[in-house]
Design a protein around this ligand. Structure first.
Ligand SMILES: C[S@@+](CC[C@H](N)C(=O)[O-])C[C@H]1O[C@@H](n2cnc3c(N)ncnc32)[C@H](O)[C@@H]1O
Length: 364
């Protein structure tokens, strides 16, 4: 008989349990280390959203998927969107998916996969001596060979979500800007001691446990938010990237390996001169000072029929006053909620800059 994969090691964070107002389901979310993740603002977001009248919502820049997971846990009909492919895969696995879990035979299919051709050994050929050990790179190619046998797109997304979270946990500092090989960042943490395959088996169990139905038909999309159309939703949650102060705000630069892994680099252009084999940075108007104001204006207009909720921060451009004025063009009432927040990302020098005031700008 088909069996579910057991949980070998329970490492779900208990951090969210402290917030009693959050739906219990939030404790099942496999926290994904992601730049700008709103994981630590869940309590605040939950209490703000609870007071608003809506039953359907679009998470327009879903990233790690934690806000979508909150919305789903609140019983809302959720639609997710992100211009990167791997956040889309993460959302497909836990937001769009209401019921599918991986069985022992599914895991067997992944673990017994064998990459035969040189084409199927792309990861070993491309990333040796850059990320992970040779046997781990072989594991990833083999896992992908097994994955190609899957018929169900949702099962594929669950396998990929487990692989993605394994890779980010196993990578020192959780970013792919520098090679992960060598002892420099290895502080002996369990995440760095476990092999990718050991991580994977654990992650499958965690993702299986995180799957749930909220009785709604939820959906996930991958694309530029401006191609999405207005969407027929009561509320749009917007958490776009901020105009960078330096060059370290690029999602592709940090997570190119995850982006590639989520589609086996299909159709992606690798910059061959890059030491870590980065993928070319995609364009987003939110990344440029000259274009950001127009981008916000266009986005507020696009979703003007919905309640607008924008996450923003005091260290970003454009400033709060400009954004409030822009939103007031389309909404009768605009309210700003504020909360001090410390971001984890950044070097020591930049760390000061990472203590910011976080805003929720709500337009009704
Ligand atoms: C601040 S992060 C979102 C974080 C997310 N709310 C969370 O809690 O994990 C911004 C996201 O916007 C995505 N993005 C950037 N430009 C975009 C665009 N034009 N359309 C859709 N998504 C975009 C990035 O890939 C990134 O995942």
């Amino acid at each position: 008989m088909a069996q579910l994969v057991p949980i070998l090691h329970d490492e779900i964070s208990t951090e969210l349990t402290l917030h009693r107002g959050l739906p219990d389901q939030m404790n099942m979310f496999p926290r994904f280390r992601y730049m700008g993740s709103k994981y630590r603002l869940m309590d605040w977001l939950n209490s703000t959203l609870q007071d608003l009248p809506f039953t359907s919502a679009l998470d327009a820049f879903s990233g790690s998927g934690v806000v979508s997971y909150l919305l789903k846990s609140m019983g809302k009909q959720v639609c997710t969107n992100d211009s990167l492919h791997f956040p889309y895969v993460l959302s497909q696995a836990l937001i769009q998916n209401n019921a599918t879990r991986l069985l022992a035979e599914d895991i067997e299919l992944v673990l017994s996969g064998r990459a035969a051709s040189s084409e199927d050994k792309f990861i070993q050929r491309t990333f040796s001596d850059i990320f992970y050990t040779p046997s781990e790179l072989e594991f990833l190619d083999n896992a992908w060979a097994g994955l190609r046998e899957f018929r169900s797109p949702i099962k594929r997304s669950l396998v990929l979500a487990a692989l993605l979270r394994s890779c980010i946990k196993r990578q020192p500092r959780g970013v792919f800007t520098v090679s992960g090989i060598g002892e420099k960042y290895n502080d002996g943490r369990r995440d760095l001691r476990l092999s990718l395959e050991e991580h994977f088996v654990e992650q499958v169990a965690l993702y299986n446990r995180a799957v749930f139905s909220n009785g709604m038909q939820n959906s996930s999309y991958h694309g530029n938010i401006f191609s999405h159309g207005p969407g027929d939703v009561d509320l749009v949650y917007m958490d776009p990237p901020y105009v960078p102060r330096s060059d370290d705000n690029c999602y592709m630069k940090r997570y190119h390996f995850l982006e590639g892994l989520s589609c086996y680099w299909d159709g992606l252009e690798i910059m061959q001169t890059s030491k870590v084999k980065k993928i070319k940075k995609p364009y987003t108007p939110f990344g440029y000072r000259k274009e950001a104001i127009d981008a916000f204006d266009q986005m507020f207009r696009q979703f003007s029929d919905s309640i607008l909720v924008l996450s923003y921060s005091s260290n970003a451009y454009p400033g709060l006053d400009s954004l409030v004025s822009l939103m007031k063009k389309y909404k009768r009432s605009v309210e700003v909620l504020k909360k001090p927040h410390r971001y984890h990302f950044g070097t020591h020098v930049a760390a000061k800059r990472n203590v910011v005031e976080e805003y929720l700008i709500v337009g009704m």
